[in-house]
Design a protein around this ligand. Structure first.
Ligand SMILES: CC(C)(COP(=O)(O)OP(=O)(O)OC[C@H]1O[C@@H](n2cnc3c(N)ncnc32)[C@H](O)[C@@H]1OP(=O)(O)O)[C@@H](O)C(=O)NCCC(=O)NCCS
Length: 162
């Protein structure tokens, strides 16, 4: 792990910092995903929606956001909506660190399963999820758009300890 990598939750920030962090994440999201798949990182995520967790990673206290993730907790299941590393910081283990953080945190909170949908063509993401113990459960044709398959993956948190 990079010694200076810090992973935290936007709810640990005050209002102004949380809004600035959400704005940074929204900019990366817009660059990374097609408009239809972009998650809306609005300010209400900090104010309300306590079940929705937005995590972000920085390098040291003054860096901008280099990675983020969003999940929604529904009792024993967490739906992982997004995991994203800023392009210039990929392939350095940041995605693995973020997934480890999420897994350990959800395990501690008593969550049983993590579920997600991924585009079959996103090889990097699928590989990251498999490396973190996710299993492919279902494949739906045209899930994202005509010709783009969606794969449902599930991680059983009860199966392997941290
Ligand atoms: C998927 C993503 C989060 C991986 O982040 P990362 O920080 O580059 O990943 P890491 O460096 O921690 O790599 C961990 C594992 O992911 C997989 N992986 C990462 N990049 C990969 C690539 N370009 N091709 C194939 N596998 C890749 C590998 O299994 C890798 O393990 P390895 O290095 O031992 O081979 C990043 O590529 C990304 O943000 N992609 C765009 C957004 C996206 O597709 N998000 C998922 C859908 S919401």
């Amino acid at each position: 792990m990079r010694a200076d990598l810090n992973i935290s939750d936007i709810h640990s920030l005050g209002k102004a910092q949380a809004f600035e962090t959400l704005a940074q994440i929204a900019r990366v999201e817009k660059k990374t995903f097609p408009a239809k798949e972009a998650f809306a990182f609005g300010e209400e995520l900090w104010k309300k929606k306590p079940n929705t967790k937005v995590l972000y990673a920085t390098l040291g206290p003054h860096s901008s956001v280099i990675a983020y993730a969003v999940y929604v907790r529904q009792k024993g299941v967490a739906l992982l909506h997004k995991v994203c590393v800023v392009e210039g910081y990929r392939r350095q283990g940041v995605g693995m660190e973020l997934m480890n953080y999420i897994r350990q945190r959800l395990q501690k909170e008593g969550c049983q399963y993590v579920q997600l949908w991924v585009d079959k063509a996103r090889d990097a993401a699928r590989s990251l999820y498999v490396r973190n113990g996710f299993e492919e459960r279902e494949e739906i044709p045209d899930y994202y758009a005509p010709g783009r398959k969606g794969i449902r993956m599930v991680l059983d948190l009860g199966r392997d300890g941290p």
